[in-house]
Design a protein around this ligand. Sequence first.
Ligand code: PLP
Length: 390
Amino acid sequence: MPAGRIYLDHNATAPLAQGVREAVCAALELQGNPSSIHKEGRAARAMVETARQQVAALAGVPASRIVFTSGATEAAAVALTPEISARGAKQFDRLLIAGGEHPCVREGHRFAAENVAQLPLTPDGTLDLSALASALDAAGERRAVLALQAANNETGVIQPVRQAADMVHGRGGIVVCDAVQALHRVDENAISLGADILFFSAHKMGGPKGVGALALANPALEIDAPLLRGGGQERGLRGGTENLAGIAGFGAAAACALENREFEAKRQAALRDAFEAGLRQRFPEVTIFGASAPRLPNTSAFAIHGLTAETLLIGLDLDGLALSSGSACSSGKVKPSHVLESMAVPPDLARCALRVSLGVGTAKHDIENALEIIGCVADRIAARRMKPAA
Ligand code: PLP
């Protein structure tokens, strides 16, 4: 990161975690193919299997149930298919998508449009469980797959996955959980969440970009329609020679996250709270989205009334502060957030929404400086507006 810059956009991507660079470099030095049976191949295989164990420990599943992919987007596409069978019987033909899901779920699933229903969020940003109950009733005999994040990338709101899973399981359905923003930050896993399939992305926890994983928590399920068959790698669910460097880096990042999670959760929550207190003091009219719901310790989504995100972001960036508005995956363009829309946030207010997301490297002085920069940029914009046109 250039000197003097403050990076508060860890939900978009996180800097490399401790041990990741070394793991990646060690993998690059290995010449074997993990599928070869000679010594070189076995060394590469051992590296993949170590990483599998490290990711499995974070996910809370046996290592044999982790499938490496090119990222969360690919993992979502593999998991969200009607071609899943449970104990030999094909049975999932309805997809229910919670209102805050990432585009990789909203756009990336493989169900026919007429079999998909969207579920709204409540104004606090959590899934509307009464809407889920109605959707399960409406599905009737058809068994549903619910796509529900563990935590939202824009607001940080933690979703009621366990409650939703109990409801869905009671009707013979399953839950696919996007755990991309959550399990390296909060003390949850496949067992506590009760989800059937989870998926992850390495770069959100300080691993390399372009690698992720599925955790097939429910052993009764078989995904019958892989995206890439090829040489049958990864239990036949992801053909192609493994991305050894990416996978090794992912493993190191997962291990690091698990080790530091409790400490970092407390530390970052205190910094996030200090940030929000400072924001409220400087802008008493600020809205903090999802503030009444359980949230990730590192995320704050807020709107300063009358200051659009687009105007603010450019000024903040020029002054050395990297934040984001809405989801960074669609960034470059600032467009209205479907998450805030699903929470029934008025469009005028949604246009002012910014997201601060902290990480392992964030220090108290970063928060103080960020508040200072936000104040200065807001003052500059206000002064420009006051200036009579020439
Ligand atoms: N899910 C969530 C919640 C995300 O924040 C992201 C990335 O922004 C993704 C999925 C997609 O992850 P990947 O970049 O690995 O495809």
